[in-house]
Design a protein around this ligand. Structure first.
Ligand SMILES: Cc1cc2nc3c(=O)[nH]c(=O)nc-3n(C[C@H](O)[C@H](O)[C@H](O)COP(=O)(O)O)c2cc1C
Length: 189
């Protein structure tokens, strides 16, 4: 079965909710998700790096902190440099997601950081493939609309200053499921 590693960090639990939705989508697409939560920049990244190497595809996730990926994911990226030297992740399928407090919040830059990492490794980047701003529906920004923020490079979600049990909203979680589903199906193909 197609294995999809989901490597993510979440400081306060909101990005973890998005990661779980991505994993549900992977299952919906017929794949097996391997959810790997990073805890700190100083941790041993060996098991997480091995999990990505063993997977058919990888989806990176992090909250946007100060307009970029949070530090534990950045440290994980730097820890992948030895694998980069041997082109160990070349041709692996990759995607990404981020979550932030604001609608803009420079979150595109966070996804771009993930994309550049994937391109440095020679991986194949896949976006969510969901119409921008739910153009198929009547509303572009309703909380129940998938891709209400309008992102093509990766999944971007928005959480209010409330607990991860109530935010991000349903449409954002469905957007995350659609990315997981797409990457699982593409990896199988
Ligand atoms: C240090 C710090 C920096 C942040 N910078 C941004 C930012 O640049 N853009 C944004 O939209 N939200 C920003 N936020 C808000 C978080 O992205 C938001 O609260 C998110 O839901 C946190 O996800 P988490 O619960 O998975 O840690 C920042 C939060 C912190 C703690």
């Amino acid at each position: 079965m197609t294995k999809v590693a989901i490597v993510y960090h979440s400081g306060y639990g909101h990005t973890a909710v998005v990661a779980e939705a991505v994993a549900e989508g992977v299952k919906r697409g017929g794949g097996t998700p391997d959810l790997i939560r990073l805890e700190s920049a100083g941790q041993d990244f060996g098991p997480a790096l091995d999990a990505v190497t063993a997977a058919d595809a990888v989806i990176f996730g992090a909250p946007t902190y100060m307009g970029d990926v949070s530090v534990p994911l950045r440290a994980f990226f730097e820890a992948s440099s030895k694998i980069w030297m041997s082109a160990g992740w070349k041709d692996k399928l990759a995607g990404g997601f981020t979550n932030g407090l604001t609608f803009g919040g420079n979150k595109d830059h966070t996804i771009t950081s993930m994309w550049i990492l994937a391109m440095q490794h020679g991986m194949l980047w896949a976006g969510p493939g969901v119409p921008l701003g739910n153009m198929a529906g009547n509303s572009t920004s309703a909380p129940e609309a998938a891709n209400r923020i309008g992102s093509a490079l990766g999944v971007i979600t928005q959480s209010d200053n409330a607990g991860p049990d109530v935010t991000p909203p349903a449409g954002d979680k469905e957007f995350a499921r659609l990315l997981g589903e797409r990457i699982a199906k593409l990896a199988a193909r």
